[in-house]
Write a new protein. Structure first.
Length: 270
């Protein structure tokens, strides 16, 4: 067996969590990530028949039966992942109906996966139905996006258009726009279901006064989605109180669509 600590998916998770903490997106134990793994690749590093223990998921996800995920642990600080990945991360495989997670590696202190795992699994189901290459769900608390939910209309079209107008690359990076949920109690199946419904149309879902969920093909893409939306929100928070003399027009957005081969979400442009 190869050394699991050298696995590309693990080293990239370590780099990603460190960067998210450095940027202030994941204070204390805030935020969580789940990465759908390739079982064949994983078998090069772990004996998939060796189950350390079983942990109920609190959710039923039969479409994910037998799938393996690398998941951040509950109550764990992102800043500590790089120093002790086996304590702060875990690799789980879902049983035949998705109600039990079989622990294959990690959570070495007796811990378990993030309390938001049901919400992650719901979003994985939603995104895989849209795009089978979407393997990452990432949740964090970027400061400017949070601030924006206090002062901006939470209408999805309006919220998305404002972010698009802040930076030319925004519509290119997330032409599918941003889903927006009003404040809801976190750690519940209700917010997970609401997020998954939004994930059918958009890879980014903002939780008002809380944070954002992002989905993508890999850790880099998902990180970049959130990073770009947060940059747009930062610019907005710097200029929202000032008179605007110009912005990116819908005609210019259409030029960007044509030039970069993207299509803005239906109904979001005039």
């Amino acid at each position: 067996m190869k050394d699991i600590l050298t696995a590309p998916f693990l080293t990239e998770m370590i780099r990603t969590t460190a960067n998210m903490y450095r940027l202030g997106w994941d204070e204390r134990n805030g935020g969580n990530i789940s990465l759908l793994l390739d079982n064949a690749e994983l078998s090069e590093y772990l004996d998939l028949n060796h189950v350390l223990r079983e942990i109920p998921t609190g959710f039923q996800a039969p479409s994910l039966a037998g799938r393996c995920f690398l998941v951040t642990g509950t109550g764990k600080y992102f800043k500590n992942v790089q120093y002790d990945p086996e304590k702060n991360l875990g690799i789980i495989r879902l049983n035949e109906d998705g109600t039990v997670a079989q622990l294959l590696w990690g959570y070495s202190d007796g811990g378990k996966f993030t309390s938001e795992l049901p919400a992650h699994l719901m979003s994985h189901v939603a995104r895989l139905a849209v795009n089978p290459n979407n393997r990452v769900v990432m949740h964090c608390h970027p400061g400017n996006l949070l601030a924006m939910t206090y002062v901006h209309d939470l209408d999805e079209r309006a919220f998305t258009r404002t972010l698009w107008q802040m930076c030319t690359e925004c519509i290119v990076v997330f032409p599918d726009g941003v889903g927006v949920l009003p404040w809801m109690l976190c750690g519940t199946n209700e917010i997970g279901m609401a997020t998954a419904e939004k994930m059918q149309d958009s890879r980014l879902v903002v939780w008002a006064q809380h944070g954002i969920y992002g989905a993508g093909a890999d850790l880099d893409e998902t990180f970049g989605l959130i990073e770009t939306a947060e940059k747009g929100a930062e610019i907005y928070m710097k200029i929202a109180h000032l008179p605007w003399k110009q912005t990116i027009t819908d005609e210019q957005f259409h030029q960007l669509e044509a030039h970069f081969g993207v299509k803005a979400r239906e109904g979001f442009l005039d």
